[in-house]
Design a protein around this ligand. Sequence first.
Ligand SMILES: CC(C)(COP(=O)(O)OP(=O)(O)OC[C@H]1O[C@@H](n2cnc3c(N)ncnc32)[C@H](O)[C@@H]1OP(=O)(O)O)[C@@H](O)C(=O)NCCC(=O)NCCS
Length: 181
Amino acid sequence: MTVLIRPYAPGDFDVICTWFPDEASAVQWGGPDVRYPLDPAQFAAMQQETEGDTPGRWMFTGVAGEAVAAHAQVVLDWRHGIGRLARVAVSPAFRGKGLALPFLRQVVGRVFEQAAMERLELYVYTFNAAAIATYRRLGFVEEGVRRSSVKVGAERWDTAIFALLREESDARALNAGAPSR
Ligand SMILES: CC(C)(COP(=O)(O)OP(=O)(O)OC[C@H]1O[C@@H](n2cnc3c(N)ncnc32)[C@H](O)[C@@H]1OP(=O)(O)O)[C@@H](O)C(=O)NCCC(=O)NCCS
């Protein structure tokens, strides 16, 4: 299945907000700072950060055919050349079809297209097997775990940090025999 990325548009919210039926699924996706239920104002505030020559955030929508099928964001630290991949999701209707990898390859490519960017990191809850499998396939390396770092209802979750360095991303592109950026 082909997936193409484009910048997030406000109308995408109506689709994306249906992907998270409860607080736990929203936090699994968006981290501890996300407010549930999701509302357009939260997305509008994020989108404001995408403006300017050195934005603090990028927001991407993955489109399969006509459908809004995936979403991801990158939080950008231009001073230190660090991106943080965040708020990655594939629509429940499109999960398990191998869409996450080609979608995120394009997002990772956008990051390392920027000469300033040397490191792309991310946080993921340790139980999130589908996400972790996807990130490892992209070449992300686990760097550690923040144990008991988030409270969701009566549960506490552990957060793993993964990262991919520019040279590792280059090496993977060479090994695959195809440019990733
Ligand atoms: C994480 C997510 C984006 C992955 O997308 P997906 O469409 O389900 O994944 P894909 O079909 O592309 O498969 C990606 C990998 O995950 C594996 N995988 C998929 N579902 C899995 C599951 N339930 N358990 C374990 N592994 C799984 C696949 O086998 C594949 O690994 P492989 O290439 O080594 O075989 C998607 O599950 C999602 O949106 N989850 C909810 C939001 C979320 O948790 N986001 C991550 C925040 S850090």
